[in-house]
Design a protein. Sequence first.
Length: 277
Amino acid sequence: MATYLRGRRFAVRVGSDLSSKRAIDAGVAQGSKIGPILFNIYVNDIPSPRNCQTRICLFADDTAVMSTGESTKVIDYLNYYLEQLGKWLIMWKIKVNADKCQAVYFTRLRKVPDPPKLYRRAIKWSKETKYLGVTLDSRLTYDKHITNIHKKTRSAKARLYPLLGRNSKLSLKNKLLLYKNILRPMMTYASPVWGAAANSHIQKLESTQNLVARQITNRYILKDLRLTPVISHIKNLAAKFFHNVANHTNEAVKEIPTYDPSNTKKKKRPRTLLPDN
């Protein structure tokens, strides 16, 4: 292990110019098979928040810090943790570009507090951010996210036209297999999170499925293809997800709060997708 890490050097090329070689004092070799494991070991002692209102979530090198609570205190909780995190990053020579960090204040209030700080530099509030492929807007309407996957799916559908179109020699069974294994997962990725969005947003996905059905059969009847509406498929995915929450290995997922989904105030929250509602 020591011989794998020691003695590594790097150079920077800009156009035809190559810099002199410099020693790598910290980090792991990018692109190597053992790199992800070594990186996980390297960041294993990253500070854990000391208050229950703040949590850090890591997925490879994608890091999110979440803090919940009253508007007057939530920034204090967050800044306290970011200060500890900043000291740890400096100690272990991990460079984070504060200018590329994003902060979103999830609220319906018009007035928001001062933004959080990392390295004593303010991270300006953004109206939305993208994390693990999901676009999260400050009001959690998921309008932008659904619009994005609507466009992405239609673009993929166009590229698959030679296989899904009426002139394709594929059987109807194989055409449906392509749709269910490529296009529909693209539309419903992480849908237990955003599936309770307004019907006007979900209808964009329903229209895409209808177009695919027409492209496959030159007809508009979904029942002939035994395709359930997109919202029904999303509800089935949500039921499976929430059924397994308690046994999930991710602590953040296990601590997803429970609530009464029949409460009208909760109608836009994920658990309202469950079949019993």
